[in-house]
Design a protein around this ligand. Structure first.
Ligand code: BG6
Length: 301
């Protein structure tokens, strides 16, 4: 793994993108421009803060989040890849795949003409990872940070065989009070209700949350909007190459059992995840490249 000095020599952009280390010695990319402030751990290529100019924090990271090598970080934008949820046949493999708990490397960084910062991360498929995922493929995460946050997860199949891919950008959003939030964009969609034995149901109205919610909405590429009455803002989520949207809030009891959600963490977060899961896992043929692109923006009111 590169040292902080090495990362700064090769990829820092003046004082707008610099690399530093957490107390636990994990490298972090820090972005500070006139458009936004943000932070990304190289472990998991995981954005864990994004504050567009004039806004409050958009991404929720638990006050109890553990920045520890090999451990998943509670909050931010975990990358679930190459499967979502438990592995289909090997229960001992990590939930949501391994991409979120391994170190990624920086491939490229750039300051764009309009002052956005673009960073490309790659993941080295070493022998241990190949044991869990024996496919010849390349994965990249492209992150572009400004007044909007754009994330592109790119999977290329370089092998002779096709493979099935499950994935999600498991984004935790900051909300003022989840009990005063509505999520629109999934009306009329079918979802698998994970808190009711995966029964298929249909969403009728906007989503409101006052208990545990864990749903995989399928066959939807719609824009979702998080309407936050307390923070008086709307977070827009636009996507392509993603046919599922997961909505998750563990609510109080499960949050407490998890141990890293903080005192009343479930009140101040909601996950709206752009995904390809369940019915929508992706068949990536030999030589094909699959791209999932997600864009977040914030409006007042
Ligand atoms: C969601 C799943 O995407 O992630 C939930 O639908 C799961 O079932 C949640 O509990 C959190 O997963 P983890 O592995 O980060 O605790």
């Amino acid at each position: 793994m590169s040292t902080i000095q090495d990362l700064n020599q090769r990829f820092a952009v003046a004082d707008k993108l610099v690399f530093s280390a957490t107390e636990s010695n994990m490298p972090v990319a820090q972005i500070n421009t006139r458009l936004c402030r943000a932070a990304i751990t190289l472990q998991g290529a995981q954005v864990f803060s994004w504050i567009p100019a004039g806004e409050q924090e958009v991404i929720w990271t638990s006050p109890q989040a553990k920045f520890a090598p090999g451990k998943s970080l509670r909050g931010g934008v975990p990358i679930c890849w190459p499967w979502f949820g438990p592995h289909a046949s090997r229960k001992e493999f990590p939930a949501h795949g391994f991409a979120r708990t391994v170190n990624w490397f920086v491939k490229e960084s750039r300051l764009l003409d309009d002052d956005r910062v673009a960073i490309v991360f790659g993941l080295e498929m070493n022998a241990a990872l190949r044991e869990m995922w024996p496919h010849d493929c390349t994965i990249e995460m492209h992150i572009t940070l400004g007044k909007t946050l754009e994330l592109e997860l790119v999977t290329a199949n370089n092998g002779q065989q096709s493979f099935e891919l499950g994935e999600a950008l498991h984004t935790y959003f900051t909300v003022g009070d989840i009990r005063q939030v509505q999520i629109t964009g999934l009306e009329n969609c079918v979802y698998l209700d994970k808190v009711d034995a995966f029964v298929r149901k249909q969403q009728s109205d906007a989503i409101t949350i006052d208990q545990e919610v864990d749903r995989v909405y399928i066959d939807t590429e719609s824009e979702c909007v998080i309407h936050d009455a307390k923070l008086k803002r709307r977070i827009h989520i636009n996507k392509s190459g993603s046919r599922s949207t997961v909505v998750w809030n563990p609510w109080q009891e499960k949050a407490q059992a998890m141990g890293d959600m903080g005192e009343s963490g479930h009140i101040s977060m909601v996950c709206v995840e752009s995904a390809n899961a369940a019915d929508n896992v992706i068949h990536v043929a030999s030589g094909q490249t699959h791209r999932m692109v997600v864009r977040y923006s914030v409006q007042k009111g």
